[in-house]
Design a protein around this ligand. Structure first.
Ligand code: PGA
Length: 263
């Protein structure tokens, strides 16, 4: 039997480098908060820029609404100008951290670095959202191998017993951001979710791979959220642009609740 947690959708907002001020961040957060509290079958996590984490986290509520970070460094201490450590994130009451987002990989982050960050964040008690996804698709199916290599290399060295705090976000690069042609389809996502689950089972064994949760990200909004949550075998969504629009978040959270009830 599936655990009851399985029916709780994870709705994660990645605010990227927005907004410009802490005041605006708080205003947005406070507008999303009542909808996050109301949702019976959804947990919301907002990942703002680092500077806003402590204030937002102080205003978060219980299990329904958490605050996360968008990156973390792979050492706990030392002379690393500009970096933020996992203990610092924990002290700021971040609950989750996104690691290996394609926009960071585009700036040069390798899967090897991602794996070190993932292990470090997990051993400091954070939950981790590991992002993977191909930049393009063609008929050869090479994208599937690319993603499975990315999963393997991004999770090398992760302790099996920590996998219950890992989420994998499948975010095909061609579906992310303003310049995206379109979102993936639920069947694209379902196919990839099954494939990644198999990769994890091969790596860690079925028993340990089982609790890993799956998110889809890339142009998720209030119009397509239902199809993804209902039909693509995922546990939630990672939302960029739409997560900075409280009205859209309200609708997506209501949809998550409806879909969960129907399941
Ligand atoms: P988007 O971004 O929803 O704006 O496409 C998703 C992401 O980058 O995580």
């Amino acid at each position: 039997m599936a655990s009851p947690e399985k029916h709780i959708f994870q709705i994660v907002g990645n605010w990227k480098m927005s907004p410009d001020t802490q005041k605006e961040a708080m205003r947005l957060f406070e507008r999303i908060k009542p909808h996050a509290q109301k949702a019976k079958y959804a947990h919301t996590t907002i990942c703002p820029p680092f500077l806003y984490i402590p204030q937002l986290a102080r205003n978060a509520t219980g299990r329904k609404l958490h605050v996360g970070a968008q990156d973390v460094f792979w050492r706990n201490e030392g002379s690393y100008t500009g970096e933020i450590s996992a203990p610092q994130l924990s002290d700021g009451k971040a609950y989750t951290v996104i690691v290996g987002h394609s926009e960071r990989r585009a700036l040069g982050e390798t899967s090897e670095e991602v794996s070190k960050k993932v292990s470090r964040a997990l051993s400091n008690g954070l939950t981790v959202i590991v992002c993977v996804g191909e930049s393009e698709r063609d008929d050869s199916g090479d994208y599937a191998r690319f993603v499975s290599d990315q999963v393997r290399n991004s999770l090398t060295g992760v302790q099996k017993s920590h996998l219950n705090r890992v989420m994998i976000a499948y975010e095909p690069i061609w579906a992310i951001g303003k310049q995206a042609k379109h979102a993936a389809t639920p069947s694209d996502v379902l196919e990839m979710t099954i494939f990644i689950k198999k990769t994890l089972a091969d790596m860690f064994g079925q028993k340990y791979a089982e609790p890993v949760q799956f998110l889809y990200g890339g142009s998720v909004d209030e119009k397509n959220a239902r199809a993804f949550l209902a039909d693509s075998g995922i546990d939630g969504v990672l939302i960029g642009r739409a997560s900075r629009d409280p009205k859209k978040m309200e609708q997506i959270l209501a949809i998550a609740d409806e879909v969960a009830k129907e399941k």
